[in-house]
Design a protein. Sequence first.
Length: 234
Amino acid sequence: MGSGMMWYDNFIPGLFDLLNLRFAPPPQPTPPEEWVGGIEEMAALQREFQVFREGRSFRDSAALLNVGGFWNWGARKKWYDLLSFYGQCESDVAGQNGDERIVGALIANLALERPWPVYFTAHEWAEPPQVRLIGDPGNQRTLTRPLFYMRQLYLVVSVPMRPQQSQQPQRCRATTRRRASRWQCSFVTISMTTSLRSMGALIFIIHEECRSTERRLSVLTGVACLLRSCGSCS
């Protein structure tokens, strides 16, 4: 998560951006009322539709807001699955899981006459995984500036993430060793049964005509077997 997103983890920054734009501060100077957006729009939606409420998961509210991305359906599903997972995590408040902590803070913030912008981010996974909030919507002194290039104070929601856990690098190294051994055996067989010039021409043709390593290895192994059988017949 990273690991929860699997091979879609390159979408994570953009997905955070979608959340952060929905909860962004209004532009300055304040635009005409019909241009309302960001946290002001979220407050209006909350008053009208109760997008966030107790008993409704943050994942479901995020789906209502359509902040799962539009680039890839697989990434969208994994992102919503990841948001659901935070209901199983602890939070920085005893007795509240991560999902309850996020939803409760958003409800309290959006109920304010002037709600604070919310910034969603991630921190490095630690055991046990814990959802953290920086700031109390009712106390301005507890809020922070997560973006050094902006003076705006934010309520910060930070979720735990870690890289995808995989044994793929070890498997790749083992596979590489096996391939190298097979290439070497095939090369030695061809070397023993053909002249140096013919061998060089043959390898060059295989390299040019076979675009994948697997295909080259397959053809080279086949040629080696053919030469081996011809040598046994002669």
